[in-house]
Write a protein that binds this ligand. Structure first.
Ligand code: GLU
Length: 506
């Protein structure tokens, strides 16, 4: 079998789209699992709509999701092929077709064509270009060109072929009758070739073996096959991926959905969860497995198992997959990822996710970092999106919201505590704290010494005082330890919480 070469051909006319990400992923998985390679090709022939910011966003997005391109999968920017730099190559082939009378200049104006289009619409017929200029007098054409009249270049649809049949790796045999096509435009002028033309020249030059792309391109495939044949090029294998649909079966649209990959990352979805989710948008294994690492996907992916029917974009499933990925992490990893997330540009600079990181103190301090880790450990497994975590840590930084808790949580059988006994415990703790010297160092260690000593002297059990104190400080049934909470909150905030506890229990 000849070498497997695929292409990633985004048009830089918008931010890295979730549908583009799925296409790139399937190309990546296919090439990777077949020891092939992927060529990064920027389809930037539309000068008006292509922008550098979109190009950067797409390239970095592909990398953020852990997909790669290039001979050695290094994703180098120098490996990117730009169609805008290949105009000279396309020109030669356009000239060849014109010289062989396989293409021609067409001077029909947009107004004329619109009129015909509207007429066809009224008659409920498909619009086809009426070949007005197909066999025009060469002298007349030359005169018009010399006079600088506006024209386009059309391909002369062969009259001796009635249909195009190709074997799609996903949908099997596909046949399209040539009566469904017309003399389509291949270039605006010699220097400006259009999509259907450029991809054929590129796919041939780049020795593309497999074209894996969205089903929305299937109507382009016969046009491209005609051109492949016209030039005597080898025709790649085509695989058209199912459309991505909303739950109501409508097409995933910019209006209804968040569609850029960065939006999902800023919303707290992990790149590996997004990849996992996208892989399942139109493909599955024969077993029940739903959580896959990239390595597993490379190992298990096969085009044979790509679905024909539309793939439903189910955001709840994405949340579930994300949660599963979070559950799999250990706490150090979760801590690192949360900090990366909070410090990422999209999150840091947005009003929506404006997290005051200073809340947790200087995280270079081992104690502060440990406290945050402990707090994170409490919320980790119920986190569906990283964006929720800050709110879930509310109890560690707000003095009011969480303090409206149910006093039932003061009940602890072993510690022999309840809302009734808590008043005594909290008054005791308050008294200890209020009587500390000005110079007292308010740290967990020093507090431990004082509390153990005072509790013992008063004849209480440690738990009888420290358990209700922890509840008052956290307002929660589960939280980091009492002394750590005291240290993190400091004297003032601790007293506010203790007073609030007394108030609630009385
Ligand atoms: N530039 C096209 C797009 O972004 C790619 C089409 C193709 O794969 O041939 O949709």
């Amino acid at each position: 079998m000849s070498e497997i070469i695929v292409r990633y051909p985004p048009s830089p006319t918008g931010f890295f789209h979730i549908g583009t990400a799925r296409t790139v992923l399937y190309n990546f998985l296919f090439a990777k699992s077949n020891n092939g390679k992927a060529i990064m090709r920027m389809e930037d022939t539309d000068k008006n709509r292509s922008e550098k910011q979109y190009e950067d966003n797409i390239l970095s997005g592909i990398q953020k999701l852990g997909m790669a391109w290039g001979e050695n999968w290094e994703s180098s920017r120098t490996d990117v092929v730009y169609q805008s730099e290949r105009a000279g190559v396309y020109k030669k082939y356009i000239e060849q077709l014109l010289a062989e009378d396989k293409a021609y200049y067409c001077f029909s104006t947009p107004e004329e064509l619109n009129e015909l289009r509207e007429k066809a619409q009224k008659e409920k017929k498909a619009f086809r270009y009426p070949e007005t200029w197909r066999n025009a007098d060469k002298k007349l054409v030359q005169e018009k060109l010399n006079a600088g009249e506006k024209s386009v270049i059309r391909y002369k649809l062969p009259k001796d072929i009635t249909e195009i049949t190709f074997t799609d790796a996903v949908r099997g045999e596909v046949t399209i009758k040539l009566t469904e096509l017309d003399d389509f435009v291949i270039a605006k002028n010699l220097d400006t070739a259009l999509y259907n033309f450029c991809v054929v020249i590129d796919d041939n030059d780049m020795k593309i073996s497999h074209v894996i792309r969205g089903e929305d391109h299937i109507s382009n495939t016969p046009k491209q096959i005609l051109l492949f044949k016209e030039f005597g090029f080898d025709i790649p294998t085509f695989a058209h991926l199912p459309l991505i649909l909303n739950a109501d079966k409508s097409k995933l649209s910019k209006r209804k959905n968040k569609v850029s990959v960065d939006d999902y990352l800023a919303d707290g979805f992990l790149p590996e969860a997004l990849v996992n989710f996208l892989a399942l948008l139109g493909w599955n294994t024969s077993d029940e497995q739903e959580i896959f690492t990239m390595e597993e996907l490379v190992e298990k992916f096969s085009v044979d198992r790509v679905h024909k029917g539309g793939a439903i974009f189910d955001i709840e499933k994405l949340k579930w997959i994300n949660q599963e990925w979070i559950k799999k992490m250990d706490i150090s990893e979760f801590y690192t990822r949360i900090l990366e997330y909070w410090q990422s540009e999209d999150v840091k600079n947005s009003e929506k996710y404006n997290f005051p990181l200073t809340t947790f103190g200087d995280l270079n301090s081992e104690k502060n970092a440990l406290f945050l880790k402990e707090a994170l450990a409490l919320v980790k497994d119920r986190t569906k999106q990283l964006s929720e975590v800050f709110d879930n840590l509310e109890l560690f930084y707000t003095d009011d919201a969480r303090l409206a808790y149910s006093t039932d949580i003061y009940f602890h059988k072993k510690m022999k505590t309840s809302a009734e006994t808590a008043v005594e415990s909290l008054e005791f703790a308050k008294n200890v704290i209020e009587h500390l010297d000005e110079s007292f160092e308010f740290t967990a260690d020093s507090l431990k010494t004082v509390f153990v000593e005072k509790i013992k002297a008063a004849g209480f059990k440690n738990g009888y005082i420290l358990y209700p104190l922890r509840v008052a400080l956290s307002g929660a049934e589960f939280s980091p330890g009492t002394l750590e909470l005291l240290e993190i909150f400091g004297k003032e905030r601790s007293l506010v919480r203790i007073n609030r506890g007394i108030e609630l229990c009385q």
